[in-house]
Design a protein around this ligand. Structure first.
Ligand SMILES: NC(=O)c1ccc[n+]([C@@H]2O[C@H](COP(=O)([O-])OP(=O)(O)OC[C@H]3O[C@@H](n4cnc5c(N)ncnc54)[C@H](OP(=O)(O)O)[C@@H]3O)[C@@H](O)[C@H]2O)c1
Length: 284
């Protein structure tokens, strides 16, 4: 099975590159931004045609939520507009397109996990641009959208991944948000799910993939990490974790609750949905 990956230099892209060799039968061609700029429609068409893949995985995106609020045109260009060219290229090559999206397509007004049937209503530009991108992919008969949330791994460039370092090297307590409730997702679990979609020959549809046990805050996550550090590294004295209830000064509003249900994807043969705490072992 031939697979082309775009956005290969990012957090999720890096994990896909690292895990691909363990998946027999997968022949991955991974392109960083330097190797394939997805804003260049001609280059995308030419490259995908030349590779003739079975699947294209798009892990490239404008992911800075606050910056998207300040630079909406750039966010829409990358998260939505250029997907028309990618769909065109996939259609010509007969490839299915797996596109990653986000829980931020929801407004957070629910208090039970969001399913694929729930109505999206983004509260910020990042979410709105990702939703528009989803719609472009899903109009393609071989388009697959996988929404995920709070992806963490050693390669992630986000607060969750930074917590172990902050706890080990901080000089005072680490104050962590208790307002946003979400589902953390261990990156390699998400990537295993993407490989399983391909192995099951899934070629269309909308899916949510997060770890189970969702409904936690960044504060809960930081507390679990601290417990693991105390347990695994008796010589380390991590700084205390304290709850921060005040709204942050972030430029973009966020949904207060965006836990998603992975029930639909979990019904696929062989699909595993581990608890989010299992992956923490690998961050420390
Ligand atoms: N991480 C999360 O918590 C999370 C949560 C929900 C959904 N998602 C979704 O998951 C996907 C992957 O996220 P991620 O965490 O891996 O993001 P990331 O670490 O920010 O990676 C995004 C990648 O896109 C690349 N890129 C930017 N512009 C490009 C262009 N014009 N052409 C080609 N590549 C370009 C970036 O290149 P540079 O390295 O050169 O900047 C970067 O490598 C995204 O669709 C995101 O919306 C992620």
């Amino acid at each position: 099975m031939k697979v082309v990956l775009t956005g290969a230099g990012g957090g999720v892209g890096t994990i896909i590159r690292q895990m691909a060799p363990a998946h027999s039968g997968v022949q991955l061609t991974a392109c960083s931004r330097q190797e394939l700029n997805i804003l260049d429609e001609d280059a995308v068409l030419q490259f995908i045609s030349s590779q003739n893949p079975d699947y294209v995985i798009n892990a490239a995106a404008f992911t800075n939520v606050d910056l998207a609020q300040a630079e909406p045109e750039a966010a829409y260009r990358l998260n939505s507009d250029c997907l028309e060219g990618m769909v065109k290229a996939c259609r010509k090559a007969g490839a299915a397109l797996i596109h990653l999206s986000t829980d931020y397509v929801f407004d957070g007004s629910k208090s039970a996990p969001y399913t694929e049937e729930d109505h999206p209503a983004p509260v910020n530009i990042y979410g709105a641009s990702k939703l528009e991108g989803e719609q472009k992919v899903l109009t393609y008969p071989e388009g697959i959208v996988v929404r995920t949330s709070w992806v963490y791994s050693r390669y992630s460039r986000n607060f969750l991944a930074a917590i172990p370092g902050l706890l080990r090297s901080g000089s005072g307590p680490l104050y962590v948000d208790t307002i946003q409730v979400n589902s953390p997702t261990y990156g390699p679990d998400l990537v295993n799910a993407l490989f399983l979609l391909m192995k099951n020959d899934i070629r269309s549809g909308l899916y949510h993939y997060t770890n189970s046990g969702g409904g936690c805050t960044r504060y809960d996550f930081a507390c679990r990490i601290r417990e693991k550090i105390v347990c695994k590294e008796p010589e380390t004295r991590p700084v205390p974790v304290l709850p921060m209830q005040a709204e942050t000064s972030a430029a973009a509003p966020r949904p207060a609750y965006s836990v998603m249900s992975p029930e639909k994807i979990g019904m696929l043969p062989g699909m595993k949905i581990p608890h989010w705490q299992e992956g923490i072992e690998n961050l420390i």
